[in-house]
Design a protein around this ligand. Structure first.
Ligand code: PXG
Length: 464
């Protein structure tokens, strides 16, 4: 029986309470308190409803995570069953729980063959903190303790903890809290449109990968522990590297013996049309971070897949690894993860992305190239970006202070569509269960919001 009282507060009441007590992530607290938060109250399939009763098509899957869509009964049942049976037990003191053991087995099955072991965390950020400690521990055990430096990329996102934000390449994050921590360096991102003009994408992909080699030589090959990257940069704006990039990165890592880490927090579990982004991009990581799509965001869970190269050393020569979280292997989270991965498999979602809905998104975004505001388009599986430009013929960007992306995002909100703006890149990462009819509905909404933004831009004289 549901004994919870009905949610009878008005939107204004919710907003006042929110402003009084709730500090939101990545938010200007004062500005939000003045404006009032949008309160999301329920969801079903690919749609959300807010406290005003407006239906919203969620083209961002919550926050790149609700891959199976909202309201999936098998996940709800798995959580409920596990909450009754054993809501919590830890994995620290030589104990384990059945859901954690079974999820570890299933993860070994769906990940590439070099992965047979997993270290569970509560989030992607904790996963990347684990990566930093684990790769340094690996090199200690290998008798090369001077290998400490991890190479990452500008405009990467790897989380918000001290190590996650340090690995990330976001200047605004480094400006707060004394980051990056020592031993983390950054190279430029493989963003052909921004950095590769005058070169073919293929040539640029190789060139961008060689920036890694240049950095290795600058730091000293005997000091570099690992390279980390998202197969496709997500929060940075859905930046899809040229096909030549990752194979060249792999070659360089092999050449210098450094560990290759794939941050699969967004790309994992089918989003790119393969189980993992490294499979789509053609490389073979030694370690992978995952989170989000492992439970479709129904409950927090993350982790690190540890390839045999590292696992064998940690297991056979390591002794105790002094690292772990209360919620490493949380039984309810793992039960939901199991149900979610089985559902992804039963519904054939990876194939749906690869063969049906991903190609349809690519085709629809390609058709948006002729829109006067759209200067460039990129997609990969169920991720897509539309670059808004001031002058289509020359491809020039709008002045940043006009915040055209935010203008477009405002129209999306009002029209019942959630899309992210990263600068002037409008991005989507819809639920993988999206049907073709729903995709067409989403694209029609996007087109309408682009038209409304174009009207604003011409009325304000921003196009001249
Ligand atoms: N790695 C990647 C690639 C991510 O996208 C994290 C790590 C951190 O995961 P947790 O679970 O600690 O948040 C992420 C998270 C955005 C946005 O604005 C993206 C993320 C988080 C918050 C906002 O697109 N990705």
């Amino acid at each position: 029986m549901n004994t919870r009282p009905p949610r009878t507060r008005s939107t204004a009441d919710w907003q006042a309470l929110d402003a009084a007590h709730f500090l939101h992530p990545f938010t200007d607290f004062d500005a939000l308190a003045k404006k009032g938060a949008r309160v999301i109250t329920r969801a079903e399939g690919i749609y959300l409803w807010d406290s005003e009763g407006q239906r919203i098509l969620d083209a961002m899957s919550g926050l790149w995570c609700v891959n199976v869509g909202y309201g999936q009964q098998p996940l709800i049942d798995a959580a409920t069953r596990q909450l009754h049976e054993l809501p919590f037990y830890n994995a620290f003191f030589q104990t384990a729980t059945p859901p954690a053991i079974e999820l570890a087995e299933l993860l070994a099955e769906v990940t590439p063959p070099q992965f047979r072991h997993v270290f569970f965390t509560g989030s992607g950020s904790e996963g990347n903190d684990t990566i930093v400690r684990m790769v340094r521990r690996y090199w200690d055990l290998m008798g090369q303790p001077e290998r400490q430096v991890i190479v990452s990329r500008r405009n990467a996102y790897h989380g918000s903890t001290m190590a996650g934000a340090s690995l990330g390449g976001m200047a605004a994050m480094h400006a707060q809290g004394g980051l990056p921590i020592p031993g983390i360096v950054h190279i430029e991102q493989p963003h052909w449109r921004e950095l590769g003009q005058g070169m073919s994408p293929e040539d640029f992909g190789v060139e961008a990968a060689r920036w890694l080699e240049a950095m290795i030589l600058q730091v000293g090959p005997d000091k570099v522990a690992a390279f980390i990257g998202e197969p496709v940069q997500g929060a940075g704006g859905v930046i899809v590297p040229p096909a030549t990039y990752w194979p060249e990165i792999q070659r360089i890592c092999d050449r210098y013996g450094i560990l290759l880490v794939s941050d699969e927090v967004i790309c994992g579990f089918g989003r790119t049309g393969h189980w993992f982004g490294c499979e789509t991009m053609g490389f073979r990581p030694d370690l992978m971070t995952f989170a989000k799509g492992v439970t479709s965001g129904y409950i927090p869970l993350g982790g690190v897949m540890v390839g045999e190269r590292v696992a064998r050393v940690l297991i056979e020569r390591g002794g105790e690894f002094n690292h772990g979280y209360t919620y490493s292997g949380h039984p309810v989270a793992c039960a939901v993860g199991l149900a979610n991965i089985r559902l992804v498999r039963d519904l054939g979602l990876v194939e749906h992305v690869r063969d049906v809905i991903g190609p349809r998104l690519a085709g629809a975004f390609d058709a948006l190239r002729e829109h006067p505001l759209v200067g460039d388009v990129q997609t990969c599986g169920m991720m897509g970006a539309l670059q808004l430009v001031q002058d289509k013929a020359r491809g020039t960007a709008f002045p940043a202070e006009l915040e055209v992306g935010m203008v477009c995002r405002g129209h999306c909100f009002r029209e019942g569509l959630i899309m992210r703006a990263v600068g002037d890149r409008m991005i989507v990462a819809p639920p993988l269960v999206m049907t073709t009819a729903q995709l067409d509905e989403m694209v029609a909404l996007i087109r309408r919001c682009l038209d409304l933004t174009l009207d604003d831009a011409s009325r304000q004289g921003w196009l001249s």
